[in-house]
Design a binder for this molecule. Structure first.
Ligand code: DGY
Length: 309
């Protein structure tokens, strides 16, 4: 039985079965299973999840490959330069997950600054003895600056959300060219990182993981944040030095860290589990029914086009 399109898992919604109706030689096999490995020599398209890193050796093993569909906007798990050199199209899912991801970053911001997890745990523990003037006090956001790393669609969508809270967004991006970013509800300055960090009461990461951004928030950078600052990461692990962030949390310098992504995930640095003032989520940025279905649609349309249908 030949395989033209090889996917590692069902996706949300009807798009993948619909693609299978157009390409009857679409098969499902778990990533790196014997079936998946055996199909590589004949496949023309692969569909992989964000948790399934492809290598150049996979491209070598798949000489007929014309397209890779990444069920994500991020493509740091795909050897993009090698694909480009071989004429293999990389299809990803930009645009459709912008609001869902920005919403989740906002969720982390609110959960941290209003101590939602601690309050919930207190009620569930049965130990709550009633309202008290100084119980679980959080930090107000209005009037404060919010640093946003990345001025693309998700960074801008997050800026609109924090603007609605009365915060002042400020941006850093990879072009680092100064000027302003028009984020749809106004304009905000684009600053060098060293200027942005000391002003950021909250800092939210919305840039991709690339050679330029890997380790961008190292210990020295994190130390530039003002006392009590909170950090949110819904982009990728590897951009922030996690051990340095935990040290600064434990030392009381950082006000909180909210993570949806981790370096080396699904492994989670065990220190996070003990660290104070954290909210830890399992990579849920795009996890709404509508968004995941839209991602599947975009992906499957892109693959069909790449295969000349
Ligand atoms: C992405 O799209 O890159 C997210 O991390 C997964 O949806």
């Amino acid at each position: 039985m030949s395989t033209r399109i090889l996917a590692t898992s069902p996706l949300v919604g009807p798009a993948l079965p619909d693609l299978g109706a157009r390409f009857p030689d679409l098969r499902l096999a778990p990533f790196r299973s014997p079936e998946w490995n055996a199909a590589l020599p004949e496949v023309e398209a692969l569909v992989v999840l964000v948790s399934e890193p492809l290598t150049e050796a996979d491209l070598d093993a798949a000489p007929r490959l014309k397209a890779i569909g990444a069920y994500s906007v991020g493509v740091n798990h795909v050897p993009v330069a090698a694909c480009r050199a071989r004429g293999i199209a990389v299809v990803n899912t930009p645009g459709v997950l912008t609001d869902a991801t920005a919403d989740l970053a906002l969720t982390l911001l609110m959960a941290l600054t209003r101590r939602v997890a601690e309050g919930e745990a207190l009620v569930r523990s049965g130990a709550w003895r009633g309202w008290a003037p100084d119980q679980l006090l959080g930090a107000g956001l209005a009037g404060r600056a919010c640093g946003i790393l990345g001025s693309g669609p998700i960074g801008q969508a997050f800026a609109r959300r924090v603007r609605a809270l009365g915060m002042a967004p400020i941006f850093w991006d990879r072009a680092d060219q100064g000027g302003e970013v028009d984020f749809g509800l106004g304009r905000a300055p684009r600053l060098p990182l060293a200027e942005l960090l000391p002003r950021s009461a909250a800092l939210s990461i919305h840039c991709p993981l690339t050679d330029q951004t890997r380790g961008l928030l190292d210990r020295a950078a994190l130390e530039k944040l003002p006392a009590g600052a909170v950090i949110l990461n819904t982009a990728r692990g590897g951009i922030m030095d996690e051990d340095a962030a935990i040290d600064l949390l434990e030392a009381g310098h950082l006000g909180g860290v909210g993570l949806d992504v981790y370096e080396g995930e699904p492994r989670v640095n065990p220190r996070w589990l003990q660290a104070p003032r954290t909210v830890l989520l399992p990579h849920l940025g795009s996890a709404t029914v509508e968004t995941r279905a839209a991602m599947a649609r975009l992906l499957c349309e892109g693959l069909a086009t790449a295969l000349g249908a």
